[in-house]
Design a protein around this ligand. Structure first.
Ligand SMILES: Nc1ncnc2c1ncn2[C@@H]1O[C@H](COP(=O)(O)OP(=O)(O)OP(=O)(O)O)[C@@H](O)[C@H]1O
Ligand SMILES: [Mg+2]
Length: 285
């Protein structure tokens, strides 16, 4: 289901109070009982139920009878909380069109101070859903772990952008709220979809950026032709949530994997033979 800025705009103060209370209570309950929600919001039962019925209709919360009557926040509700916070700060003035969907994120264009990208992290969503479908109940590990996992992932990505910008060409980090990273819009095309005029120069540029990131203590961890955007002779490295520190025990193999993937692509697609050892020595040298 697409994210609806309209639905978020139409939320009333009391809807938001219930959403905020649900979010807080998810730390303690898998399914928040009605009385507990009422107490947290200070609303009577009638008002709480009315607000919940609105949120259920918008797909922002869910109701379950088993194991007991309870309510839970779902991604659309979490998205709404983040969008509301970003709009209140004037960071995001409008949500633009859907740009893409990855393994663990949904990406939208946005408007703020210029053209923006909003990346909604969705960690554990699939496993969470399939567990529900297959077994009919929530996975046991913690209360709705996807909320915390997704916020953590967004936090990690934002931190990487802050460490790297402006020394390494990455999207400019604008703000992070919950599981949403707001960054500048990068023009250009994903490397896998474009045919550069001078492939060896593009490869050299990417290696230069990997080297500079390494010098700043950051290894991408998921580098590939799908996470490099090319515009003319400019290469921007995107998609950083899984980065690792250069002093991490897995740093060596992570860097090697990143380079192997990139070199493999240039070899397959453009017939450029570039030894891994040489790239490794250059990046770490
Ligand atoms: N700052 C940006 N500017 C323009 N387009 C972007 C930007 N960030 C992401 N995109 C677009 O959204 C797509 C998905 O973004 P990203 O690669 O960060 O996440 P992802 O693909 O979900 O992650 P994964 O690699 O785990 O699938 C990109 O391929 C790109 O087309
Ligand atoms: Mg990606």
């Amino acid at each position: 289901m697409p994210i609806s800025a309209e639905a978020v705009r139409n939320l009333q103060e009391n809807d938001l109070r219930v959403l905020h209370a649900l979010e807080r209570l998810m730390k303690r309950y898998q399914w928040v009982p009605l009385e507990i929600l009422g107490r947290a919001t200070g609303f009577g039962e009638k008002e709480t139920l009315f607000r919940l019925s609105r949120l259920l209709a918008l797909g922002m919360a869910k109701y379950e009878k088993v194991p007991y009557d309870g309510y839970t926040l779902v991604f659309a509700g979490y998205d709404a909380l983040a969008l509301d916070a970003l709009a209140a700060k004037d960071t995001v003035k409008a949500l633009g069109p859907f740009i893409g969907e990855g393994k663990e994120s949904v990406v939208y264009e946005g408007l703020g101070v210029g053209r923006l990208v909003l990346k909604f992290h969705r960690v554990g969503q699939r496993s969470f859903q399939s567990a529900r479908v297959k077994r009919g109940y929530m996975p046991e590990e913690g209360h709705v772990p996807w909320i915390f996992a997704s916020a953590l992932s967004a936090g990690r990505e934002f931190l990487a952008l802050q460490k790297l910008h402006p020394k390494v060409p990455v999207p400019v980090p604008v703000e992070r709220n919950r599981h949403v990273v707001v960054m500048s819009f990068v023009h250009g095309m994903i490397l896998s979809k474009c045919t550069p005029e001078d492939p060896p120069a593009v490869l050299a540029t990417i290696l230069r950026h990997v080297k500079e990131a390494y010098r700043l203590g950051v290894i991408h961890g998921d580098l590939s032709e799908f996470n490099v955007m090319v515009e003319g002779d400019r290469c921007v490295l995107i998609d950083w949530p899984q980065w690792v520190e250069t002093d991490h025990p897995n740093a060596g193999e992570t860097l090697e994997r990143d380079l192997r993937v990139v070199l493999g692509y240039f070899e397959r697609k453009f017939g450029i033979g570039y030894p891994l050892d040489r790239a490794l020595a250059e990046v770490t040298g």
